[in-house]
Design a binder for this molecule. Structure first.
Ligand code: NAG
Ligand code: NAG
Length: 394
């Protein structure tokens, strides 16, 4: 019993300890060069030893990572993270730009997905400018048969670099950027074996493009691309079969051109240059508004007065209007009288000569269904007014 209690309290102490101190790996110092791909592997093995729970169940536990800039929720813009499954290596990768020169501290948290234990690691990345200076000639390749995390191990992207080397003879070739096609609008491939997302690899050099590279952009090949045919390139053998480069999606960027024309932004001191000020004209000609006044006030007034006069004349002097011209008032009354009289006479005559029987429906006591007619006088005993409403009470 005492032994059990001891182990129990020991376990509690470990849990408390790990809770308070949060197991963490030693701080790692890293270096990133502007304009070159930076890759850091988050190896599962490195973190495994720091998890305190070594039960048999989790001898090879699934581990996932979370990385963020210190005191921030997410990674800096230039850095990306990928881990395909919890049983594979995670990668931090990206390409820093001039704006990021300095030191950045990245916090990595590893989660044991079986025990929910966490282990922390701090990475201090010093970002330094490129020692080689500018590399103005850049080529962006689209490789169809790789996933991004497969290319990130050094030996793989060095193979690719060698393949480019044989095409583009120059001094030093640098891989600038590696990104998944998914980051650039690509589609997730169907879950069929050997279908890959595809990657974009950008390499840069000090030396201009060779004919081998520019060949892919010849007008003839561009036309073939439009027809969805493979362009004809004489020296692309160095890539296949390992790297299936889509030559139609090759982008060649010549920064020397761009720099000379567009990229140069000149910032002013924020103060407007002194220039000619606006001088208001001193002697504007006087304008006469009298006629405008007459037009807007007097014209409607005169028009209104005229209407008033006409109306007054009609009301006072010509009150009886049209009738007066032809006949006297008594004549009109006589016409009215005669019309009414004649109409009444006519109606009387019409009613006396009527010999059509009255419609059945107007007869009293007419049965609608049988058409039977009962003389209301004979059945006066059954006058509805004398029949009790509720028979059962009789
Ligand atoms: C690298 O690629 C990513 C994804 O396409 C892009 O967002 C980023 O701007 C690129 N970085 C450089 C320095 O080209
Ligand atoms: C390849 O480039 C063409 C245009 O040049 C574009 O329409 C197409 O989406 C690109 N394909 C991929 C997978 O990026």
């Amino acid at each position: 019993m005492a032994g059990q209690g001891l182990t129990g309290s020991y376990f509690l102490a470990v849990v408390l300890f790990s809770g308070i101190l949060d197991a963490s790996l030693p701080v790692l110092q890293l270096r990133a060069v502007v304009g070159e791909i930076f890759i850091h592997e988050l190896e599962r093995e490195g973190f495994l030893d720091y998890f305190t729970d070594h039960s048999e169940l989790s001898s090879d536990p699934p581990i996932t990572f979370h990385a963020n800039l210190l005191d921030h929720p997410d990674l800096p813009q230039w850095l990306r993270y990928i881990q395909r499954t919890p049983f594979q290596t995670g990668y931090l990768y990206g390409s820093a730009t001039d704006r990021e020169i300095g030191t950045q501290t990245i916090e990595v948290t590893a989660y044991n997905r079986d025990t929910y234990e966490t282990v922390r690691q701090t990475l201090v990345i010093s970002i330094v400018p490129s020692p080689d200076g500018e590399m103005p000639y850049q080529a962006d390749f689209f490789v169809k048969n790789w996933n991004v995390e497969e290319v990130l191990p050094t030996e793989v992207h060095e193979l690719f670099q060698q393949a480019v080397d044989s095409m583009w003879e120059q001094e030093g070739l640098v891989v600038v950027n590696i990104s998944s096609a998914l980051d650039r609008g690509g589609r997730v491939p169907l879950p069929i074996e050997n279908r890959k997302e595809g990657i974009y690899i950008k390499v840069s050099s000090k030396d201009p493009f060779t004919e081998c590279l520019t060949e892919a952009k010849s007008s003839e090949n561009l036309h073939r691309c439009k027809l969805e045919q493979q362009p004809v390139i004489t020296c692309y053998d160095s890539f296949s079969p390992r790297f299936r480069v889509d030559w139609c999606n090759l982008t060649l960027i010549d920064l020397t051109d761009v720099n000379a024309t567009e990229m140069v932004t000149v910032f002013g001191d924020g103060v407007l240059e002194p220039g000619p000020e606006f001088n208001p004209p001193e002697d504007a000609p006087d304008r006469l508004f009298f006629y405008d006044f007459l037009l807007t006030f007097l014209l409607p007034l005169i028009f209104g007065l005229l209407l008033c006069l006409i109306l007054a004349y009609i009301m006072c002097c010509r009150r009886e209007g049209i009738y007066r011209r032809d006949m006297k008032t008594s004549d009109i009354q006589m016409v009215h009288h005669h019309t009414i009289h004649d109409n009444t006479e006519e109606l009387r005559e019409m009613s006396s000569t009527r010999d059509v029987p009255r419609p059945l429906s107007t007869m009293p006591m007419f049965n609608v269904r049988t058409g039977e007619r009962i003389n209301p006088m004979q059945n006066s005993r059954y006058d509805s007014a004398q029949v009790p409403l509720i028979l059962a009470q009789q």
